[in-house]
Every structure is written in C-alpha cells, then in structure tokens.
Design a protein around this ligand. Sequence first.
Ligand code: ADP
Length: 544
Amino acid sequence: MNGNMMQMPLLISALIRHADRYHGDVEIVSRPAADEIHRYTWRDAHHRSRQLAKALLALGVRPSSRVGTLAWNTHRHLELYFAVSGIGAVINTVNPRLFQEQIEYIVNHAEDEIVFFDLPFAPLVEKIAPRCRGVRAWVALCDRERMPDSGLPLSCYEELVAAQTDNYTWPQFDENTAASLCYTSGTTGNPKGVLFAHRSTLLHTFGISLADSLAVSSRDVVLPVTPMFHVFSWGLPYAACMVGAKLVLPGAQLDGANLYQLFEAEAVTFTSGVPTVWLGLLQFLETQKVAPSTLKRVVIGGSACPPAMIDKFAALGIEVIHAWGMTETSPVSTTNQPKAKHLSLPADKLRQLRTKQGRPGFGVDLKIVDSEGRELPRDGVAFGDLMVRGPWVAAGYFKGDGGDVLRDGWFPTGDVATLDADGFVQITDRSKDVIKSGGEWISSIGVENIAIAHPGVAEAAVIGVAHPKWDERPLLVIVRKEGEALSRDQMLDFLRGKLAKWWLPDDVVFVDSLPHTATGKLSKLTLRQQLKDYRWPAASAAGG
Ligand code: ADP
C-alpha cells in the first residue's frame, strides 16, 4: 500500500522557485571582474535563470544535453546551475586549472554542446576550440562592452539572456534525471565523470544544511571560496538557495586582501575552502594585524586541515568545521561537529577530537576494511580502507569508465582511515601516499600536522622514500616562511617527543614551493617525481 502523499519530484528548479517565493528579497553579491561588484536578489536570479533557460532551448539544448562551464564563482555561473539543470540538461563544470589536454578531454568526453566561459579563459578557449568539434557555441560570460576580440564566432551571455522573457515554467520530470557532471582530477589516467542526479543533489543539500553538518541557515551570509567548478563549491550555492541565505560569490580574486575586504563589506558569517587558501588569508590577517568581524564558521576540507590552522582560526573567534568528502560523494560525507557528551571533555581532548575529519550524518554510511575486504573494528585505532555508501554516493562513472567500482555495494574511497564508535573518521592518508616502514604504516598527514605547527614553516609535506633496511622511510619537505632560517636539526628537534619515535622523518629537505593539483591540494605524485634523485644521508641509509 502506498502512502497518500503528493508526488513531487526533488528537482533543482524547486530550490530556486522556493528562494524566489520565500526569500525573494535576499541578496546575491558577485564580483565577476576585479573592478565590478554586481548585486541582485534570489528573485532576480530566478527571473534571469528562466530567461537563460529559454535562451538555452533556443540554442538547441535539450533534455540530457551537456553544457560546459569554465567559470569562477559569479552570479552568471549560478544562473547556469539553475537554468541548465532546470530544463533537464546536464551542467558540466570544468576545472579551468587543469592542463589544456585534460580540459579538451573532458569537454569531448562529456560531449558538451555549448560552453560558457569567463573572460580570463578566452585565450584557453581559442586554443581548445579547434579540438572540441562537438561544441556548437562558445558563450562569453559578459555584456557586449566586455566581449573579447577573438577569431572564434563567440556569443555574448548578456545578449542571449536579454533576448528572452522570463515567461517560462520549469518542466517536471523524474528526480533521478541527471543534473550535473563533474570530473575527478585523475592524478593518474584520464579524468572520470561523476554524474549527479536531481534527487542526489537535493538530498545532499538537505544533509549539509543540518545543524550537525554545515548548519547553513537564512541568518547566514555564505561566501564559498571553494570554486563552483570543484564539486559545486561543495554544494553551498544550493544550500544557500534552499535556506534563503545571502550568497557572496567572490570571482577570481581569492588572495587574503580581497577575501578580507569582501568578508567585511558583506558581513560574511560562513565560508569554505581547502587549507591552502587559508594560508594566504591567515598570513594577511597576521601581517596587517586585522581580524574578520562577522565571520563565525569556516568549513575546511579537500585535504587534511592541520590542527595549527584550527587553533589560528579559534584565536580569531572563528570555528573550523573540518569536513571530508570526494567528488564521488557529492562531496560532503563527514563534518566535525561534537556531540553533547563531548562538550564536557577537557580542552585538549576536545581539540584532539575536532582535528579529525568528523562523522557522517544520516545519508552517509561508512566502514573500514582490511585488504581482504573484512570489516575492521570501529575503535578509533584500527585503520583500513574507507568505504562509503548512501543516496548521494556515486554507483559508477559516466559512460561506465572504470567498470564496476562498487565492492559489495560500497564505494572504495582510496583513503585509509580510522573510525571510532561515534563514527568520527580520521584520514591517515590516501592509500597511495601511505608510508610503509618495516612492516608498519606511518601516516604522512600525522607527521605534516605537527611539522606545520612550527612558526617557521609555511608548508610541509611528508613522502615515503625507498630505504635499504626499512622498505620506506618518511622524508619531510618544508617550505620556510619568508625570512625564516629554520634548519634541519631544529625541525627534527621540534618534532621529537611529539610523535612516535619511528615516525620521525629520517631527513628534512627545504624547497621554495610545493607542487599543487588543480584543486589546490598537495601533489605528492609530482613531489615524489621531483625528488626522485634524493638519496638518504649515510647514517639513515645504514639503518640508524
Ligand atoms: P581530486 O583531488 O582527485 O580532485 P576530490 O576533490 O574528490 O578529488 O578529492 C577527494 C579526496 O581528497 C579524498 O579521497 C581525500 O583523499 C582527500 N580529502 C578530502 N577531504 C579531506 C580531509 N578533510 N582530510 C584529508 N583528506 C581529505
């Protein structure tokens, strides 16, 4: 027997319709160019999304057609989120920081029919267009005055929108229809596409808005620093729309000074980003001796947030919510929010808990397994391969790439983690970055977290290097802060006593900068290649 409830599919268009009707006067602020601030409301965004929907249909976009974007966080990109998915087509947000060949690969593999791009990417578009033959139109995200000179017959976004009225009703269709497509960076091999559905997106949006997750509400002013091309800014534009929060879209200027200026000008309360972004902001705040006056929470994920960073934000009265996820999980899977029983913990124990990657809310299920697939205890000590399942977790890749990826209905994350009885996860490494020393595993993240706390260290990475006696030993690679003269021995002295003796790196190497991926994470693959000629000092090589 079915229930007698209304059949209303969970569609992305319902989000923007709701925001228009119930939060129509709430502002969206966007910085599409360094010299331009654009302001309008959720009502205006809905109005323009419907005009854009009609423009897309006029360009021949049909249900299931793929529409690409190469764009920063702006109101126009937001309109594309709602218009493309709203008509039943699929938005493919492409990371413009990838190598040109990867971008071409993605646009072709996704079969993007139209590509919308921000002006700084006009030269890139000129280069890739001849090799992306399936793209019928390249649309510059600007008005007529700012249209770039180009050998290509470019279309102008503002003209396309202005040519349409907003007399359009969003179609209703099955909530399992594909809404969006995002490619994982693919550190090895080609990028793989994760195809999200309307239903999975809405459930994820409900999930991350909960108080025990990111706690997004209509009283927030949300500024996602996480790019809209990187798993939809971790879902924050949808969440802001669902709850009717003011949304601030910072464009391409993500340095400390520009972020601070926007935080203050727009009274931002909540922001998001990978740890590397916050290094810039914290350094700016430190040197300028200023502090954000309205910012309350920052969600940090994408790679491990060092405890020292959590402390620095705490000293400014800003709470860090450490989160873990991946493109394949929409992306948010765990968020670090203490339970009632944790609030009475001594400060050092609570701090220790809050440095973990958090726990899953309803909708995400986790387990850790050994190499045979046997489940390991949830005791916070045993570590193994982290597996995830849930209604916003991928069941496979676009076009079947990678074959059957699930194992007994679980998605293997490629991360190694511990899991405790309360569900708190601690990621020790990506499985390919784990250091195997004398039959035991050393967590590179565990060592980096301590090294980064030294005041002379700007960035730290630990990689395993082959060792004649121990298989592999950890090598610490440091970028010093400007003007610091930190030595190898000072660094090792600092670490001594703070971690297990056999976790102590055998050597320290100083470099000017560390390699990062297109999503701002440390690229250990590149670092290992850069240091392939490194040899251990004689004492270490002898097994000392
Ligand atoms: P890619 O880096 O390939 O673009 P994702 O953005 O999907 O792909 O990255 C997901 C991976 O990032 C996770 O599998 C995990 O290794 C890492 N990651 C994400 N959040 C955290 C975190 N809080 N701590 C440690 N690692 C994290």
